[in-house]
Ligand binder design. Structure first.
Ligand code: CP
Ligand code: NVA
Length: 305
């Protein structure tokens, strides 16, 4: 038994652990595709605290723990005492007496980290304003599956310097990726992460989306208006016009480049309808793969061997 581990951000794990999770995801996907049973988490329980909307994260975690033999309890702030002001540190200690792991989707990263600090069971970040680590783990798995490897490719992220962008930067630090990020000047990712990532020669941060897409093997984007930013919608739509992934932008990438989107996608904002549909198979495989990497994560965190 080792000390309990958390997954509040990608840099909570090291490179070897990251590779282990991707390898396990591959095996778990094969077991599922072959309709074989594998239930290492029999009778284990996952608490799922959601303070923001979700389709993929919620369903893939619920299905994932169920397939591994355990079950999930879905909790919202409004229907628990969290919404009435019960401190996170108390919630953490109470839930730790009942369940084997906790996933939380919330606003502030501080809440995720406070929960992890006080819980005696593993805590997983299901998205905060700062990070979306489960998404990028799934995206790396998808790139490996579609392209064979993610290390010798140019991966571009074009759009908002948000939680998804920050987790991509963490991935570039963790795995030494060849990565280009392009965001408008006023919508940059976290400065401290950029400083750390820039130490790797393969990493570039610019504001020109065409430069980021140049010779890219993978082009990633995300929504321009994240959950909690709805009141900024009009100004954001104007600021990001040049960052839309469309035919013209994609011409700069390699001929066999793929386009990825973590979803939900807003057509004719961050991605054109034509590009979305051309890459729909990759994009929906990307959504499916959340299930496989998160099962690997649950297995690793809860079995704790
Ligand atoms: N990509 C993603 O996390 O989707 P949901 O918001 O639907 O969970
Ligand atoms: N950046 C988006 C990701 C949604 C999965 C958001 O935070 O709303």
């Amino acid at each position: 038994m080792r000390l309990k581990r958390d997954f509040t951000k990608l840099l909570d794990i090291n490179e070897e652990e990251g590779m282990h999770l991707l390898e396990r995801a591959k095996i778990l996907k094969k077991i599922r595709n072959n309709k074989k049973e594998y239930k290492p988490l029999k009778d284990r329980t996952l608490a799922m605290i959601f303070e923001k909307a979700s389709t993929r994260t919620r369903v893939s975690f619920e299905v994932g723990i169920h397939e591994l033999g355990g079950h999930a309890i879905f909790l919202t702030a409004g229907e628990t005492q969290i919404g009435r002001g019960e401190p996170i540190k108390d919630t953490a200690r109470v839930l730790s007496r009942y369940v084997d792991a906790i996933i939380i989707r919330t606003y502030s990263q501080d809440i995720v980290e406070e929960l992890a600090c006080w819980a005696s069971v593993p805590v997983i970040n299901g998205l905060s304003d700062l990070y979306h680590p489960c998404q990028i783990l799934g995206d790396l798995f998808t790139i490996e599956e579609v392209k064979g490897d993610f290390r010798n490719l140019k991966i571009a992220y074009i759009g908002d310097g948000n939680n998804v962008a920050n987790s991509w930067i963490e991935a570039s630090i963790l795995f030494g990726l060849n990565m280009a990020i392009a965001t408008p000047k006023n919508y940059k990712p976290e400065e401290t992460l950029l400083e750390q990532a820039k130490k790797n020669k393969g990493f570039t941060f610019i504001d020109d989306p065409y430069e980021a897409a140049k010779d890219a093997d993978v082009v990633n984007t995300d929504v321009w208006v994240s959950m909690g930013q709805e009141q900024e919608k009009q100004e954001r739509k104007k600021a990001f016009v040049a960052y839309k992934i469309d035919e013209k932008l994609l011409k700069n990438a390699k001929n066999d480049a793929i386009v990825m989107h973590c979803l939900p996608a807003y057509r004719n904002q961050e991605i054109s309808e034509g590009i979305f549909e051309r890459f729909q198979d990759v994009i929906f495989t990307q959504a499916e793969n959340r299930l496989h990497v998160q099962k690997a994560l649950l297995e690793w965190l809860i079995k704790n061997e």
